[in-house]
Write a protein of this length. Sequence first.
Length: 581
Amino acid sequence: MELAQKAGGWRMFIRLIQQTNPPKLKLITALLLSITNTVVALSIPMFTKNFVDSFSLSSLSVGQIVLIAAAFIAQAIAGGLSIYLLSHAGQSIVAALRDRLWKKLLVLPVAYYDNNRTGDTISRMTNDTGVVKGLITEHLANFFTGIISIIGSVATLLYLDWQMTLTMLVAVPLTMLILVPLGRQMFKISKGLQDETASFTTVLNQVLSEIRLVKMSNAEAAEYENGKRGITNLFRFGLKEGKVQAIIGPSMSFVLMILLVIIIGYGGLRVSSGILTAGELVAFILYLVQIIMPMGQFTQFFTQLQKARGATERIISMLEYREEDHTSGKEVKNANLPIAVEQVSFAYETGETILKDVSFTVEPGKVTAIVGPSGGGKTTLFSLLERFYQPQSGTIRLGSEPIDAFSLQSWRSRIGYVSQESPLIAGTVRDNICYGMEREVSDEELERVAAMAYVDQFIGGFPDRYETEVGERGVKLSGGQRQRIGIARALLRDPQILMLDEATSSLDSKSEIVVQKALKNLMNGRTTVVIAHRLSTVVDADQIIFVEKGRITGRGTHEELLQSHDMYREFAAQQLRQRAG
């Protein structure tokens, strides 16, 4: 069973490398150069043997010296070229692998990010691919040349003195007894180390991206403890790895030193009895070194290979995750049609049902507001309309067509989304307004949408105007400024369907007035769906849907719901009292 798992692990690794379309010519050339290097190295002890056995100043020829010097130079050049080509091939493979992962990350559904921490995902992209690169660039050639070196050395040693060679080969099963169990242990440790590295990356990512929250909450000490736990766990795994290395290294050295002593002692006896020449004993020791060196490299190769197996499993699990198909489906020809939500029910992968048998129609060119208590399923409805998720049952239609009949790219291009967070990217005001646009946006067009979104009211106060950096997630701007940039972005897309998610919930009254004006410009002539806590923002809506605990409990205009819906009336009374106060 374990052997089958190991074979499967190697096959997965090889398949993953093959899928990156590696530069085969460079890899083959690098390996051939390494083999050439090894073959030259195998010939050097035989030169030495002849040199020792027939050494005298008179026998020393220029040709011999030139030949030895040429062998050393050829070895150095072949070795250097091999290292460079392998490094180039390894970098090409890891770049192709990261390219695949990055492309995959961008088309994974939102559900993936619900269930996987950002830090873990980043770790797959950086640490795990780095492990694969390390195996190829640093250890692959050593493994193949080591095999050739050992086979060539053993064959030559059998030719020189088969009895001494068999004595030496007794050490092989002894070293395997040490290496095999320690290799298994190293696999478990390296897998745990990579998982812990991913968790630690998650903590760093979470804390540093929300550093203001940490400071506002005086949570530095608590977050220090969280980070300290990760550092301690990494330290423990590092110690375990160190313990295994501490056993492997000295054990191998111990076995090999004993072997060397035996060979020198036994070889000395055979030289004194005339069975072996002094030159042959010197060659024997040099070949023994050429066997010993690869044994140490094999240890490193198998350690890195175990790490690469663990990394491969995680990379492949990400690459095999179901992704969104952005292109298959029809083009949305006309989005100015009713959107009908028909008996839709939805639950996240883990948890209770969020929406239960929800049905309503959004009329084209009109405003439909969705209100109700927090946690009722309002934002989930938006996620279904955006097709971040698929409903468990029921259908959402545009006109007579189910929305999943349209390609994702075409459907989402018809929707303008303004959320309560108004997410911004690190970059300039221009970058954020033009984000996602596939064409060049002129200055006139930019200024027109900025004026409609009232961005022009604050942009004049910035020395660099539209080239002003907004900071990570727009931290250099106020909430109202971020909202207006989000509205300008939506205006630039010129969507036929508009979705506003609590677009003014976190603003002060002055900012709210300006943002409401901008929203009015944005909503003009568009099919609009609004989520709102503040009823003042939706009293003029053509239709208000009241959602509580995943069900629709009321629908109608503001006046109709005041008459017919107790909780809506209660909501309205509370908010009017607050505003009056």
